[in-house]
Structure formats: C-alpha cells, structure tokens
Design a protein around this ligand. Structure first.
Ligand SMILES: Cc1cc2nc3c(=O)[nH]c(=O)nc-3n(C[C@H](O)[C@H](O)[C@H](O)COP(=O)(O)OP(=O)(O)OC[C@H]3O[C@@H](n4cnc5c(N)ncnc54)[C@H](O)[C@@H]3O)c2cc1C
Length: 298
C-alpha cells in the first residue's frame, strides 16, 4: 500500500515516560491501536495528538476522511489536539516516541507531565515537510526546543556525503541532550529563546555559512522568528523555494495573538481565510499572509 493511501486514526496508550532534560519529556506510546501505523520515514514527520478532556480517560477521536484528512462526526465535539513530531517509530515493537517541551500553561505539555502507563490519547497518520532537492552537498538545520525532536531525527538520518550543520536553541545548558550523531553532522547548542527571552533563530540563520554548491535550509521555531528567517532566505538571499523549508512551530503569547487576530477588521480576516483557495503560487500566498499579519502587529 502506498503512503498516500494510508490515512488512519490510532488510539494509543502510554507505555513509559522519561525526563530527558529539565525542559523535555519523552512519552513512548504503544498498544493494539498502533496496528497499521505508517511512518513516512521523513525526519520531521508530524501528527496530530488528540487528548482526553481533563478528568476523562478517553479522547473523543475523529474519523479519517478521504486520503489525507479527518473530521469529528456530527454531534461529536472536537477534543483538544496539538501538533507533535514523531521522534522515533519502532515498527517491529509497535512503539511511537514523542518528545514534549515542558512549558507553563500548555494543555499538551500538562497532559504529558501527568502521563502514566495506560493513559490514552490518539494520533493520525504522520506526514513530513523536509524535502530537499536531490544531490544536495550540505544542509543547515536550525530549531528551538519545539523543533529539536525533528532536527535531531533529521540529523540522525543525514545521508553520508551531505555536510550537515545543526544549531539548536534551548533555554540553557541544562536542556542540552547528549546524543550520538554521524561524523558528518556538526551540532552546536545556543541558549535563550523558548519563551524565556528573545530567540536568536533569525540571527543564527543570518550568521550561518552558506557553502557553495546545492544545499538545503530547514528551520523550525517560534512563528515570528521563522517569519524573519523565511523573509531573509526568500527575499534577501533569493533562494528558490525548493532550497528551504521554514516552519512556525508555536506562537509566543498565543492567547494575546488570538485576541488580536479576532479583533482584526472582518475584511482582513476574511482575506486571510479565503486567500488560500486562489490559484496562485504558494510562496506568493505565504508572502501576502505573512506581510498582512506583520502589518497588523501579529
Ligand atoms: C509541525 C510541528 C511539529 C511540532 N513538534 C513538536 C514536538 O515534537 N515537541 C514539542 O514540544 N512541540 C512541538 N510542536 C509545537 C507544539 O505544537 C506547540 O508548542 C503547542 O502549542 C504545544 O501545545 P500546548 O497545549 O502545550 O500549549 P498551548 O495550549 O498551545 O499554549 C499555551 C501557552 O503556552 C505557550 N507555548 C506553546 N508552546 C510553547 C513552548 N514550546 N514554549 C513556551 N511556551 C509555549 C503559548 O504561547 C500559550 O501562551 C510542533 C509544532 C508543529 C507545527
């Protein structure tokens, strides 16, 4: 069966948890519900994690629709859901590993902190975003703590012959992970950001060496920081869209952001919602979306 034909929702059970660092908690899932789980194998593949309501054991799960989507049946109120990376998938053991950033005020972060063997959640079929052109000679992977699970998995899988530089921004030395990486991967830790201070993600990318020859830049972090990174790569370095993937993984002060978004004039919100159905270049649409948000202080 090809990857595109697989679109499933899985009920998963916590098998074990492990505190990796002060700021990161690992949860390993298993259970019969993972039968048929298909990993794309892409290092940054992500999924939706469906969570039970506080005080309830089971999450209300959606049902798959078509090749790639899902929905909650009529009359079923959607459960809380968040996006997470598949840090590891062990198909023979039926084990799915997700690494959670531990932070204040998060529904998923709080759920992970309280997770115990036997606790139940749901996940959908994951998909990846990392898609370098063939024949690259180098790659640059930059992320904050939310992108760390994806960046490390990408680094572990970095093809021999592709010079790989990884820069990870974590809150402090206490959040650095000891990890074995292939010899052609160079890993640098920097400290800050992650909701505890200004992030240096954009500065890191701007100061990075872009070796000659075909390469790829992959960046994940806070959305306003990644916006600056994308602008730099696309509009200052003028890289083609195939040469980079820049993804906003979380929004600092998300509640304030949502409040401001809701207060935008109706016409602006309608434009931001409807523009995606236009038959235009995806990167141009992204430019307009980002510029509109920035112009409104979002
Ligand atoms: C493709 C993709 C892959 C991702 N993979 C991972 C992953 O593997 N591990 C991971 O931990 N996260 C990952 N994230 C980010 C994660 O989805 C968000 O951080 C999410 O908001 C966490 O949900 P929550 O319920 O804990 O917090 P929310 O309820 O969404 O937010 C509550 C408050 O916490 C703040 N907040 C949210 N995230 C953080 C944070 N990381 N640090 C500080 N404050 C925060 C918000 O601004 C808000 O004020 C990924 C995101 C994407 C888009």
């Amino acid at each position: 069966m090809s990857r595109s034909e697989v679109n499933l929702i899985h009920r998963v059970e916590v098998v074990e948890t492990q505190r990796l660092t002060d700021g990161m908690l690992r949860v390993v899932f298993g259970g019969a519900g993972l039968d048929g789980f298909v990993s794309s194998g892409t290092g940054d593949e992500y999924l939706r994690l469906f969570l039970p309501e506080r005080g309830h054991d089971e999450p209300r799960l959606p049902v798959p629709v078509g090749d790639a989507s899902w929905e909650f049946p009529t009359g079923v109120e959607p459960c809380e859901m968040r996006t997470y990376t598949v840090r590891a998938w062990n198909g023979s053991a039926g084990r799915l590993t997700i690494d959670f950033v531990v932070h204040e005020g998060g529904i998923a972060a709080a759920w992970a902190l309280g997770a115990r063997p036997g606790h139940v959640a749901g996940v959908n079929t994951p998909r990846g975003l990392y898609a370098p052109p063939s024949g690259i000679a180098w790659q640059l992977l930059v992320a904050d703590a939310t992108g760390l699970p994806a960046a490390l998995r990408l680094a572990e899988q970095a093809p021999a012959g592709v010079r790989t530089r990884v820069v990870l921004e974590v809150a402090g030395p206490w959040d650095e992970q000891r990890i074995e990486l292939p010899p052609h991967v160079e890993l640098t830790w920097v400290h800050g950001g992650n909701g505890n201070g200004p992030t240096r993600i954009e500065e890191i990318v701007r100061a990075s060496e872009f070796p000659a020859g075909p390469g790829y830049v992959w960046v994940a972090g806070e959305t306003r920081a990644t916006r600056g990174v994308r602008r730099f790569l696309r509009h200052e370095l003028r890289l083609p869209p195939t040469a980079y993937k820049v993804v906003g993984y979380w929004t600092e002060n998300a509640e304030l952001w949502a409040e401001r978004y809701d207060a935008l004039p109706d016409a602006v919100r309608a434009r931001l919602r409807d523009m995606w159905s236009e038959d235009r270049d995806a990167e141009e649409l992204e430019d307009e979306y980002e510029e509109t948000l920035a112009a409104h202080g979002l």
